[in-house]
Design a binder for this molecule. Structure first.
Ligand code: AMP
Length: 282
């Protein structure tokens, strides 16, 4: 088996990248750890499309709001490393907070408009943290391509916009959502769910399927679909943060359903906030 290299400092990560960049396509998968099949599918796609693969594990404090779950966010570094070793990843970049945000840190990357809707409404500082950390990681790892999940569709859209606006040369490749057998989108936060909540959490994927069925049966009104989705969610005790149907190319509202219509959900199941999304024309 290939030896996995664990790098904890920016200096060493930059040196590794400089040494390998000219001869190899470097693929990069940024994560917050506590890895599941969703993350691993990104790693597999990165491996298929790159010569060398770097995975970062960093629970980025700046993308958590003051009352969010930073301190309880699940972590299991040993398990993560063994999963990545099995997939023959080349490097795990595992910096600490002081390495990424040293005392006196002052600079932020901000994307406008598309960060103030959906998750940006209820998590107003979230995307500023995401765009800042991903800018830093791109500069440190200097990858040819970065692989990210459509599970976080808004994040993917924001980062594609950022890469374009700031002329980063790294390409962003969006990868499909990996789900549990019963439909629940995989997420590190699913660990928070107790047995009853785990069952209730199916209202997200079930409401997506039901919306897709409505459209197959000819429904064209976004509002009617949204109302029906909301009913399914509240019946399973889900507390709605948002249910929206937007054009997936622009994240703007549409009057009528077409092939670009995507349903976006954020729902509290107990105290756990879960997100999901899907194109509605499948
Ligand atoms: P996270 O560790 O939650 O920050 O996620 C790291 C990357 O994994 C992001 O690009 C996510 O979109 C992606 N990801 C998380 N869950 C899934 C999933 N169920 N399917 C595919 N990708 C995912």
């Amino acid at each position: 088996m290939k030896k996995l290299k664990i790098i904890r400092t920016i200096k060493e990560m930059v040196a590794w990248s400089n040494q390998n960049k000219s001869q190899n396509k470097i693929g990069f998968v940024p994560t917050m750890g506590y890895l599941h099949e969703g993350h691993l599918s990104l790693v597999r796609t990165a491996k298929e499309n790159s010569d060398l693969v770097v995975v970062s594990i960093f629970v980025n404090p700046t993308q958590f709001g003051a009352n969010e779950d930073l301190s309880t966010y699940p972590r299991d570094f040993e398990r993560d490393i063994s999963l990545l070793e099995n997939l023959e990843v080349d490097v795990v970049f595992f910096p600490n907070n002081q390495e990424m945000y040293p005392t006196g840190y002052k600079t932020w990357v901000v994307t406008d408009e598309i960060t103030s809707i959906l998750c940006g409404k209820s998590r107003p500082t979230h995307f500023k943290g995401v765009t800042t950390i991903v800018s830093k990681l791109i500069n440190i790892v200097n990858p040819e391509s970065m692989f990210m999940g459509t599970k976080d569709f808004q994040q993917l859209t924001v980062l594609k916009q950022m890469v374009q606006d700031l002329n980063f040369r790294t390409k962003i490749i969006g990868c499909p959502i990996v789900r549990e057998n019963d439909g629940l989108a995989m997420s590190s936060r699913n660990k928070y769910l107790n047995e009853i909540e785990r069952k209730n959490a199916l209202c997200l994927s079930e409401s997506i399927k039901s919306a897709q069925k409505m459209i197959k049966n000819g429904e064209k009104s976004p509002n009617k679909i949204i109302e029906s989705v909301k009913k399914i969610i509240t019946k399973k005790s889900g507390k709605i943060d948002y249910v929206e149907i937007l054009d997936e190319r622009t994240l703007k509202f549409t009057d009528s359903i077409d092939e670009h219509s995507r349903l976006f959900l954020a729902v509290y199941i107990g105290k756990t906030r879960l997100i999901d999304n899907a194109n509605l024309n499948v």
